[in-house]
Design a binder for this molecule. Structure first.
Ligand SMILES: [Zn+2]
Length: 215
């Protein structure tokens, strides 16, 4: 049993298990959480208020709906995140700060001990909740409880990490050149993401000039 499984075990005994709707597996939630989290971290550098609202009302709400349904059955509810009354410049600053905080956290998650600490934190704060799918496979869902944007995003990474810690230990990579986050053991070995890999053409000499960064 690894450290993360121990962390799960210690806290999961206290949790109410939520059962996912039939046809939805615990792993499909982890996939969805990873996609939504990566889309925030890799695209939000170009986002404003409208794009953030779309992410919150789209992929994020879609993932937190399971916990919301559980709360509704227990007679409690949570206010949805409202951006309407917030100044666009404030939103820009919130996005930038959240992105920076999430990146700083991700760079630590390839260390198994720090990943365990991170998982303990998200479980203890109620940001993620244990669930079970129709086949009794244990999984995790984000609860939507955190107030801060960085914690919303980190709760999605936590859901994914709890399902497959080895991907974080062996493949998670934050490119030091462009800050792109990927699950790519090869990029980790090279030390840069695929954007910076040079393409070797055999035969004809290359006549295309180097493209500028990000092109
Ligand atoms: Zn890169």
């Amino acid at each position: 049993m690894n450290a993360i499984q121990t962390a799960e075990g210690a806290i999961s005994d206290l949790d109410t298990i939520l059962t996912l709707p039939r046809g939805l597996s615990a792993m499909s939630i982890a996939n969805e959480a990873r996609d939504a989290a990566l889309s925030f971290i890799n695209e939000s550098g170009y986002w404003g208020k409208a794009q953030l609202a779309l992410w919150l009302m789209g992929p994020y709400e879609h993932l937190t709906r399971h916990a919301a349904a559980g709360r509704a059955r227990q007679g409690s509810s949570r206010k949805p995140v409202m951006l309407r009354d917030i100044d666009a410049r404030v939103v820009d600053r919130v996005i930038a700060a959240a992105r920076e905080e999430v990146l700083a956290t991700l760079t630590r998650l390839s260390d198994a001990h720090l990943a365990t600490e991170f998982v303990y934190g998200t479980l203890a704060s109620g940001a993620v909740m244990r669930c079970e799918d129709a086949r009794h496979a244990v999984g995790w869902v984000p609860t939507g409880e955190p107030r801060r944007l960085a914690d919303h995003v980190l709760s999605l990474f936590a859901v994914d990490l709890l399902c497959r810690p080895e991907d974080y230990e062996l493949e998670l990579f934050v490119c030091p050149v462009c800050e792109m986050v990927s699950f790519d053991a090869g990029a980790r070995e090279r030390g840069v993401c695929f954007h910076h890999s040079s393409i070797v053409t055999i035969g004809e000499p290359c006549t295309v000039p180097d493209l500028p960064e990000g092109a």
